[in-house]
Design a protein around this ligand. Structure first.
Ligand code: SF4
Ligand code: SF4
Length: 393
């Protein structure tokens, strides 16, 4: 996807953008990792300054171990991009910085292990990819077919496929497909990681193999709509897959939330006739759904359509939402930092008095469920898919 020349021009663009920075520090206020670490060197401003200084001092080979660590203590949540009055696209900037770190052969061991695991197994877990669709064995009344042509495809994603703590999410989605009488195709063992974790690890070129594989397999299903349960998969399908597909995908890509909202609006899911839930719900905006894809209203409209749901907002929501801590491959690099970020978010959720924290990302659910348990916070953490199904069961 990136020629050497393109790489260099991206780097030059990065450098030029760094020089616009007025060093005002507005980007620091919402940074979830800076809030935990508290040192200027861990702030988004410092990461911008770092790139500028590296160029002045002779290029990427000048990265020190400490600078690399600080640059990567970031979830790529995009909060700094929203806050920057100079309009610097800090998230893209931070991704380029990761490519530079990788290019200088100074990327950390956990990122290398992630990449070698992906090369060996095609997924981010320790499981063989042949077991990717094992979660489907738990569902009797599913509308899901494996590897057969269908109008709708479901790209399940690694976390939903392999992590037992969230296997109830794809199972719920499959039951909803069955309930709507719809046939939905998955790739099963032919689905590989979407490539997002490699892009985030500064290895965009290596992600291309996965992207080409998935694209070819999904095209072979003949789908008109591809639904992703994971917003990071969604972001990658929308922003990175078209680059490999010649600029445009031959099908639409939507998130599970958009797909379900459409089904409610069309009457395919008659939620109004379902059970009153009688729950106060707060919505956690996943960074790759909200800030990085601009989808704020859809999950809220879907939640409000459910009978007996009262939606309340956390102090930080929509574009100002706090990250859960699970993005940017940070969990692989510094799991304790991820936990600290997640603890802050779950405590903010608890302050709303909600009985349920709904979100739309399996990684957010994983991280926030563990945070709720750790902090003894009595809230249930669910994906919106599960809450929709609950109306009918
Ligand atoms: S992307 Fe998020 S975690 Fe990373 S520097 Fe910006 S605000 Fe901080
Ligand atoms: S908010 Fe923008 S201009 Fe201000 S320090 Fe951060 S990156 Fe620089």
């Amino acid at each position: 996807m990136r020629s050497e020349r393109a790489e260099r021009s991206a780097y030059q663009g990065l450098v030029e953008e760094a020089r616009i920075c007025a060093h005002c520090g507005s980007c620091k206020a919402g940074c979830p990792t800076y809030a935990q670490i508290g040192w200027e060197s861990a702030s988004p401003r410092a990461r911008v300054v770092l790139a500028d200084r590296l160029v002045r001092e002779g290029g990427r080979e000048g990265f020190s171990e400490e600078q690399v660590r600080r640059a990567l203590e970031c979830t790529l949540c995009g909060n700094c991009r929203v806050a920057c009055p100079a309009g610097i696209d800090t998230r893209r900037f931070l991704l380029e910085l990761r490519e530079e770190i990788r290019g200088a052969d100074k990327d950390p061991e956990p990122f290398r292990q992630l990449a070698s695991g992906l090369a060996a197994r095609g997924n981010v877990s320790a499981f063989e990819n042949a077991t990717r669709a094992d979660w489907l064995d738990e569902v009797d009344d599913s509308g899901v077919v494996v590897g057969e042509p269908a109008e709708v495809g479901y790209f399940v994603g690694c976390v939903a496929s392999f992590y037992p703590i969230v296997s109830d999410i794809p199972e719920s989605f499959a039951r909803l497909f069955g309930r709507m009488g719809r046939t939905v195709a998955i790739l099963g063992a032919e689905e590989l990681c979407c490539g997002f974790p490699l892009i985030v690890a500064g290895r965009e070129a290596e992600a291309e193999r996965l992207i080409r594989h998935n694209l070819k397999r999904v095209e072979a299903l003949g789908v008109k709509t591809l639904v992703t349960g994971c917003p990071s998969c969604f972001h990658t399908w929308v922003h990175d897959y078209p680059k490999v597909a010649g600029g445009r995908l031959p099908f639409e890509v939507v998130t599970a939330t958009q797909y379900l909202l459409r089904a409610v609006r069309e009457g395919a899911l008659d939620v109004a006739s379902g059970e009153e839930l009688d729950e106060v719900v707060t919505f956690h905006d996943p960074c790759d759904l909200g800030r990085n894809s601009g989808l704020y209203d859809e999950p809220r409209e879907l939640l409000r359509s459910l009978p007996g749901v009262t939606l309340v907002e956390m102090a930080h929501h929509r574009e100002n939402a706090l990250c859960c801590g699970g993005g940017g491959d940070l969990q692989a690099l510094e799991p304790e930092l991820t936990k600290a970020v997640a603890d802050r978010r779950i405590r903010e959720a608890a302050e709303t008095g909600a009985s349920i924290v709904a979100t739309a990302c399996q990684q957010c659910v994983t991280v926030l469920r563990e945070a709720a348990r750790r902090n003894k916070v009595r809230v249930e953490v669910l994906d919106v898919i599960q809450l929709v199904l609950r109306v009918f069961e």
